[in-house]
Write a protein that binds this ligand. Structure first.
Ligand SMILES: [Ca+2]
Ligand SMILES: [Cu+2]
Length: 325
């Protein structure tokens, strides 16, 4: 279900933030970023996903109109290694310490923060896009300051890094000699060896037997009862891993994939090793986030898709990596 759903819609229909351009009229001038090079150690545990064939897409009838979760189609993949968890703040700090990399949120001077997570002075609040007033453009929000200037990551070292753009994620991957997963790799890994199931753990709805995923409980976007324990991000090893050893493939934070987004892609996707459309305007995001709620954004499912421009960043999106192709 989507608010005002029923037709094709952009990322504003999902719980991802609006694209950076929605805030840009309100933003200061961008300053140049910089990246050096240094020998990398990718400090995230990896798990093996065996070669195989799976049925990609939504077979449960939960597809969001316009997201392109169908047709279900067979995909064949070679074996690969994928991070057991999203890249953490600690891991991203190692990358930044080694290279001096400046993220896009830092160079643009702002990022998108969920309204209940803002920790900034009023004059750092750039405004709220009218379609999604729960997203606030906050000057000074970046990966080290997830709520704005008055926040930090002192107690969040094992939380997923957020406020990283697709370009930032690719820069990390270059340093780490890794790659972003293709969308097909991501979904195959999220399924954890189970066929045609809605969630990484199977078909059971979250909350039936305890909360197994960090999403939203209560009335979105104002009242979060936090039955799962978390208003925003949770440590990356919260709850339980799936059959391949991936933690929190769904919920917690959206994860950037390598592919360009096209809702029509599945109808023409090659069977072997699909890598997405040749070009596009937005990049794929997978897995949903702590803002997903059945009444608003049910994208905490294996097959759910979202997307945003490669320069966009927000407090509920990060990434995990795979072995370089
Ligand atoms: Ca939660
Ligand atoms: Cu969502």
């Amino acid at each position: 279900m989507t608010v005002g759903g029923g037709g094709p819609c952009g990322p504003e229909c999902a719980c991802g933030a609006p694209s950076r351009s929605a805030f840009v009229a309100l933003s200061p001038t961008r300053t140049a970023g910089a990246a050096g090079t240094a020998a990398a150690t990718h400090p995230i545990e990896q798990v093996s996903v065996p070669a195989g064939v799976f049925r990609m897409g939504d077979s449960s009838g939960d597809e969001n109109p316009g997201d392109g979760e169908t047709p279900v189609h067979e995909v064949e993949l070679s074996a690969f290694e994928i991070d057991a968890t999203p890249v953490t703040n600690d891991a991203f700090a190692a990358f930044v310490d080694a290279t001096g990399y400046v993220t896009e949120a830092e160079s643009f001077g702002f990022s998108a923060v969920f309204h209940l997570a803002v920790a900034a002075d009023a004059d750092d609040v750039l405004g709220r896009p009218p379609q999604t007033p729960w997203w606030v453009g906050v000057r000074g929000a970046d990966w080290r300051h997830p709520g704005g200037r008055h926040s930090d990551i002192t107690d969040l070292s094992d939380h997923p890094v957020v406020h990283v753009s697709h370009a930032d994620a690719e820069a990390y991957c270059s340093w780490a000699a890794r790659a972003l997963p293709t969308e097909a790799q991501w979904e195959y890994a999220a399924r954890g060896g189970l066929a045609a199931q809605k969630y990484p753990w199977g078909q059971a709805e979250p909350g039936i037997e305890g909360w197994a995923v960090n999403i939203w409980q209560g009335d979105f976007p104002s009242v979060n009862t936090q039955l799962d324990g978390y208003l925003t991000t949770a440590p990356v090893r919260t709850f339980a891993p799936n059959g391949y050893g991936l933690w929190q493939a769904v919920g917690n934070v959206w994860e950037w994939c390598a592919d360009w987004f096209d809702p029509a892609y599945y109808a023409a996707s090659p069977r072997a090793h699909p890598t997405g459309p040749a070009t596009g305007a937005t990049r794929v995001l997978r897995g949903g986030s702590y803002l997903c709620h059945d009444s608003y954004c049910n994208r905490y499912r294996n097959s759910a898709r979202s997307h945003n421009t490669p320069d966009s960043s927000m407090g509920n999106a990060g990434f995990r990596t795979v072995s370089a192709r």
